[in-house]
Design a binder for this molecule. Sequence first.
Ligand code: GYE
Length: 323
Amino acid sequence: MRKRILAGMALLGSAALVVSGCSSGSDSGSASGDTITVGFAQTGSESGWRSANTESMKAAFSTDNGFDLVFNAADNDPAAQIAAVRSFINQGVDAIVIAPIVEDGWDDVLTEAKDAGIPVVLEDRTVTASEDLYATWVGLDFKLEGEKAGEWAAQTFTEPTKMVVLEGTTGSAPANDRAEGFDAAIAGTPIEKIDSQTGDFTRDGGKSVMEGFLQKYGVDGIDLVYAHNDDMALGAIEAIEAAGATPGEDIKIVSIDAVHDGMQALVDGKINYIVECNPLLGDKAADLVKKVLAGDAVDKRTIVEDQAFDQAAAEEALPDRKY
Ligand code: GYE
């Protein structure tokens, strides 16, 4: 694939944002046969899920697979992520892959990519922008994940139950959809959502929000934690233990992701149920990029299926988990 070389390439001072991911850098910046240059705008490194996703993407967009990957992680800052995408456009990459931090605010930069003739593939999270501004999306059904977590809660808690929620990053597709799916599944049950706050999908965020909840309601005032990801559940476990209570018993926990540390906590009885969210999207994303650049027809949406685990299922699955 011939690289687009833009005359008078203006990096708008954002070159420092972009670090080379997998390539040694030896062939970057020059047209190199059939190599496909891809700019990947990752959210950041907020969670175990994200580390596994980054690893999967870097492995798939490797030099051996014919790619020159330009990797950027935006540290969960939507403005920085948009600046990174703009920098990819200015560099004249062949294709752009984005894991959008938030759903809104993408119209302008996606239009700029379209005008520059650079196809965009979304992975992981979705956007609210019009579908014709990107080529395709590969990811997970976050609403269904929330529904599965909520169905478990609805079946498990048949007496009045006080629940707190640790939300993911405000404005992100998984935070919005996991809340919606869960709320629909527990509607009409005796589960009462007494509080809900963002922990930004991080372990520290989950811990400090849970500390606040415990101060406000006390250990006895909370029966259930719904965490939008395992990392926040792991932070909540620390807060519950520091408050002298037993996570998984005094306060039950349901979360989403099924990353290794979360699954271990489920095996240890500190988390009670986990709905999976598969981060291994690299091969599918790389395949879509190749197809889109070749002009092949692709589905607008590719949804990867998730499972769910109770303690026994986690014990069985853990030894073979890839993340
Ligand atoms: O669940 C969370 C991560 O977008 C699906 O982002 C992803 C979510 C994942 O930080 O752990």
